[in-house]
Each structure stands twice: as C-alpha cells, then as structure tokens.
Design a protein around this ligand. Structure first.
Ligand code: SIN
Length: 304
C-alpha cells in the first residue's frame, strides 16, 4: 500500500458517503494523489479512509495537506498538540454525549471549518455510530415555498446553547474525560446565508443546524423557530441520511459546508476515543440559484 498506483474510490450505495483505499496516509501524498483525494471528497462529502493506523503527528500532517488547521474553541486540546481534540468518553460517563445533536462544526464562526477529520482509536463494541445528513439533496428537494424564503434569509448562529455559561454543557455537571471550556464568548452571534454555495462543487446546500442556529434574521423568535423546525424535519429524513459504523483506525473526513452530523451514543459501559482535527474554511457565500451537479464517476481506480 502506498502513494501509488492502486488508489480505489468507491461510493457507498446511492449515498453521499464513500471510501478511498490503497493509500498510506502516514506518507506525504503526491500532488496527483492529493488531487484524487480532493475529487473523491467533492463527490463524497463524507469520505472514509479505512485501515489508517496514524499516530497523532501523521494525522496532523495529513490534515495540513488538505488545508490549514481550523480554530477549535471551547475544548481543551490534546497536550502538546493544539490542533488535535480527543473526543473521549469513559465507560462510566453519564453526561451528554459530545456531539450528540445535529450540527455542522463551529458554524458560528465567521469562517467555519471546511473539513473535520475524525480518527477512531477506541471503538465500542456496540453503538457509537455517527449519523450524517446530506444538506445538498435536502436543498434540492425542499418545497418551493420554503426555498423562496430560505434563499432570501440569513440565519443567526451562536455557540451559546452548547458552550454558553448557562448552556447544556455548563449545566451538565456529570464528570467527563473531555475538558469543555464554557465561556461568555459563546454568546457572540454571527449571520450566515441559510443556503450556501460550495466553493469547489458549485452546489448549493442548506446551512443551518439545530445546535448552533439560534434564529433567522428579521423573523420573530417564534416564526424563526417554526421555519427552522420545518427545514430540520426535511433535512433529517431517512433518504438523506448516512450512518457511519466505525472500525478502529478508520479516518473519516467530512465537509461541514454541505453535511450535518450527529454522534449517536448508545455504548454505556464502554470507552470511545477519537482524534479530531479541522481544516479552516471560507466565509459562507450567498447561493447561486442555477447549478449543475458535478460529474465524477464513482467506483474507479486511479493510477499515480
Ligand atoms: C463531533 O461532533 O465532532 C463528534 C462526532 C463523533 O464523535 O462521532
């Protein structure tokens, strides 16, 4: 296995997730292979790299090949590795599972991360799946009346419900292995278009999520809530979902610009440990209304 001639990209059946095999991510990738990875990721915004037993340095190095590190607030990073978070839960923890609600990572930032990379280190024998929803397909199929409103609107994003001084994580006094740094800073708000155009694929996607989207600019609290609830109900329909079942040493890279995710839990009595990095993204841009899907072919092999 290497940065060589047997790189295989495969889409999971009728899905926005896929996998890429035949790579050794502990080595620096050639420009040609990196291009293959980027193309695969544009086609499959949830992209799995099975069997990648990377140490922390190698995970950082692969992340840096995708792009500059993002800024990860509110969680104490791994000691000596300021760009790596340990998503860690002990077998006896009783508190809220980290990431256990639909969200797009750090969507309250001015430039939210494009990619999140999560590598499985300890996988519980049951539960612990991560669910993903495809916000591009959800956008395409949104009823026209909702589309018209969403196209005109900007949503308000904030970390306050999760990381604010009286947010869910501040209220949860259960001991946990992760050090969460709740803060006044989480109360800041930011506006983003409700629909954003992807800078690489040109595809539009809904860009709202129940954890960090706190309202709709220009709508009353009640109307904004009601509108957002209709959108969320639409996004998380079964047909737009992918359930990721982890194996040790799997690395997953997802695109926060067009998918939302939810860590499921369900592994009481077992430990789970993942290493997480993010890649800096760009400021979400207002949508282009006409779009053509990009044409990549899945299930192909690539030479170096
Ligand atoms: C996250 O939201 O980044 C965590 C996802 C997971 O632990 O599965």
């Amino acid at each position: 296995m290497g940065d060589g001639n047997q790189v295989r990209v495969r889409g999971f059946r009728d899905c926005f997730a896929g996998e890429i095999r035949g790579l050794d991510l502990s080595r620096t990738l050639s420009p040609a292979i990196l291009k293959t990875v980027r193309e695969a990721w544009a086609e499959f915004p949830v992209l799995c790299f099975p069997d990648q037993p990377l140490d922390v340095d190698a995970l950082e190095s692969f992340t840096a090949q995708i792009g500059p590190f993002g800024n990860d607030p509110f969680i104490e990073p791994m000691q000596g590795h300021p760009n790596v978070l340990e998503v860690r839960r002990g077998p006896d923890e009783k508190g809220i599972v980290f990431g256990a609600a639909w969200h797009s990572d750090w969507s309250f930032q001015e430039c939210p991360p494009s990619a999140t990379l999560l590598q499985a280190k300890i996988v519980p024998p049951i539960g612990g799946d991560t669910l993903f929803a495809d916000c591009r397909r959800a956008w395409k199929s949104l009823p026209d009346d909702l589309k018209r409103i969403a196209l005109r609107c900007h949503a308000i994003h904030s970390a306050k419900f999760a990381y604010g001084t009286s947010g869910t994580l501040a209220k949860d006094q259960n001991p946990r292995e992760m050090k969460i740094l709740t803060s006044e800073k989480a109360h800041q708000t930011r506006l983003h278009p409700m629909v954003r155009t992807h800078p690489v694929t040109g595809l539009n996607a809904l860009f709202v999520n129940p954890v960090y989207t706190t309202g709709v600019d220009g709508m009353s609290k009640e109307n904004g809530r009601a509108f957002l609830d209709q959108i969320y109900e639409h996004i998380v329909q079964d047909e737009y979902l992918y359930r990721h079942n982890w194996r040790e040493d799997m690395l997953l890279m997802w695109d926060n610009r067009c998918v939302i995710h939810n860590a499921e839990g369900g592994y009481e009595g077992h430990a789970r440990l993942m290493y997480r990095t993010t890649v800096a993204g760009e400021k979400p841009v207002d949508p282009t209304v006409d779009e053509e899907p990009i044409q990549f072919q899945s299930g192909r092999n690539h030479g170096a």
